[in-house]
Design a protein around this ligand. Structure first.
Ligand code: PMP
Length: 386
């Protein structure tokens, strides 16, 4: 076996979900909604399955989906993308990450990444032969500073991997932070992969700032999106990469030998969904915001110190500020086994110098599920707070 993968544990999300199933716990660990997604988008997929071709679609994606992505980003983010030359459909954002890292990195290239980091990043960078340079973002604000960037960047920096909105911190990079980052990227003539899968799951009237629109970044950015996240259909695995033509050509080379294509009926349905009106996106955000508020208020009433959540399906609890001295991993083990609630220790998102006093909860669940979890969490607080 390749020692890199042989030595790797199963992801924390899979492990916690398995433990939740074994313990019959409420699973607020892995980030997926318990609703079945917008019925009209699901119906569009079902219709395409029976009425249209189920053979290999074009390698870069169905033309109607590529056009829908271009139109969608023009309408929502003011970007002008050429559907034919600048958009490639992938099997989820995960494949887009793999394709772009494999296409753009050569062995020995330095890659700047931000902790907390999504679990796929480092294994993929390693497999591509990249040398990670980590910037540590710290709670409660997780802000990017000039000093931290200066410590991580070097003349050998080839690539930066950014995630905004940021999972698990539930924060957004501000236009000022993006400009700061863009400045450093341009200065060393590097490229960026911007993982923006959470771009639509924003609350309280916030709007998404894409790295691609930062000064000098239009030609240097691979913008990654996910239909699974936009439509709360996480199992669909329809993602995409947007990049200027010279980059897109390289990305397509890697993509063709990873998955080559993505199920055509799901592509057609996502194309339909991206054209939905603003009311859909507003209602989706309002529903998730209501769930966030329900869980946040319920946990606070049970004695838990809850961090704000500006985006994503997640909020974090601060164990220290809640009177708990256990480290996050030990706390999560006891919480699932003794109190029947599964959550994710935030230390799992750090490769070095981890934050160990935060625990991530997914609030994209039905009100009754959240209420049951809130009740168990109140008991857990009485039991575990010292
Ligand atoms: N990046 C981030 C930051 C994510 O949170 C996720 C999903 N949790 C992904 C990528 C993967 O997206 P997909 O399911 O489309 O592969």
């Amino acid at each position: 076996m390749n020692p890199r993968f042989a030595a790797m544990p199963t992801t924390v999300f899979e492990r916690m979900s398995a433990r939740a199933r074994a313990a019959g716990a409420i699973n607020l660990g892995q980030g997926f909604p318990d609703a079945n997604g917008p019925p009209d988008v699901v119906a569009a997929a079902a219709r395409a399955l029976t009425d249209r071709s189920n053979q290999y679609p074009p390698m870069a994606g169905l033309p109607e989906l590529r056009q829908a992505i271009a139109d969608h980003y023009h309408r929502h983010q003011g970007l002008a993308l050429d559907a034919e030359r600048e958009i490639i459909v992938t099997s989820g954002a995960t494949e887009a990450l793999a394709a772009s890292l494999f296409a753009l990195l050569s062995p020995g290239d330095e890659v700047v990444l931000f902790q907390p980091l999504y679990d796929a990043y480092l294994p993929l960078v390693a497999q591509a032969g990249g040398v990670p340079k980590l910037v540590r973002l710290a709670p409660p604000d997780f802000r990017i500073t000039a000093a931290a960037l200066d410590a991580a960047f070097s003349p050998r920096t080839r690539l930066v991997v950014l995630n905004t909105p940021l999972n698990p911190a539930a924060t957004l990079a501000t236009p000022g932070e993006l400009a700061l980052l863009a400045d450093r990227i341009v200065a060393v003539d590097a490229l960026a992969i911007s993982d923006e899968v959470w771009e639509h799951v924003l609350f309280d009237g916030r709007s998404h700032a894409t790295l691609m629109a930062a000064p000098g970044m239009r030609e240097r950015t691979v913008k990654i999106g996910s239909g699974g996240k936009i439509f709360s259909l996480t199992g669909w695995k329809v993602g995409w990469m947007c990049a200027a033509p010279p980059l897109a050509t390289a990305l397509a080379r890697a993509h063709q030998f990873l998955t080559f294509t993505t199920p055509p009926n799901l592509q057609a349905a996502v194309a339909y969904g991206l054209g939905k009106d603003d009311a859909y996106f507003q209602a989706m955000r309002a529903d998730f915001a209501a769930a966030r508020d329900r869980l946040s208020a319920g946990l606070a009433a049970g004695g838990w110190a809850v961090l704000p959540s500006a985006a994503t399906y997640f909020l974090s609890v601060d164990l220290r500020a809640s009177g708990i001295s256990l480290p996050d991993t030990m706390f999560c083990d006891r919480l699932v086994d003794e109190h029947g609630v599964a959550a994710i220790p935030v230390s799992a998102f750090y490769a070095e110098d981890p934050v160990t006093h935060l625990v991530r909860f997914c609030f994209a669940k039905a009100p009754a599920t959240l209420d049951a979890a809130i009740e168990r969490m109140a008991t857990a607080h009485r039991d575990l707070a010292g």
